[in-house]
Design a protein around this ligand. Structure first.
Ligand code: ZN
Length: 162
């Protein structure tokens, strides 16, 4: 396993569309292993292959309940909405409120090529959306919530007071 270099926002590759994975081989396994190691090395919760310079539809994620490997993922169901702050390993130092579905259902292949279903709410739903967006060249800065949707100041104070 090896830590790969994370591409940052000035790199035009981040705006490119990733291609589907068709070969479930050693090369893919190495990519998945390296991506997980790279993500954990910087305390990230998700990483898309394009962020390490590989234009393939591959994502790794860990929002606290274990590593998930997503190959050729797609969102098949979404519901509700949430506005929370979001950041990106490829856009260091920047955070912003994004508008995302509160709940998503994702269909993706695992490293054996089998199709699996995943569900996520809250952070996990945001993470699925954020990483799958990367595969289409979309960054969280494209999903910023309009100001009227931002949480109210009182609400934020309430949350920090607890
Ligand atoms: Zn990102």
């Amino acid at each position: 396993m090896a830590i790969r270099k994370i591409r940052e926002d000035s790199d035009p590759i981040l705006r490119k569309k990733s291609r589907p994975v068709t070969e479930f081989d050693e090369r893919l396994f190495t990519l998945l292993d390296d991506m997980a190691e790279t993500m954990y090395s910087v305390d990230g919760v998700g990483l898309a292959a394009v962020q390490v310079g590989v234009l393939r539809r591959v994502v790794v994620m860990d929002t606290g309940d274990g590593l998930i490997e997503l190959i050729n993922p797609e969102i098949v169901e979404r519901g509700g909405e949430q506005v929370e702050t979001e950041g990106c390993l490829s856009i260091p130092g920047k955070r912003g409120y994004t508008l995302r579905p509160a709940y998503v259902k994702v269909r993706a292949q695992n490293r054996k090529g089998q199709w699996c279903m995943y569900k996520g709410e809250g952070l996990k739903a945001r993470c699925f959306c954020h990483e799958i967006d990367h595969l289409d060249g979309i960054l969280f800065t494209d999903r910023l919530a309009p100001r009227e949707k931002w949480p109210k100041e009182e609400k934020q104070e309430e949350l920090t007071a607890k």
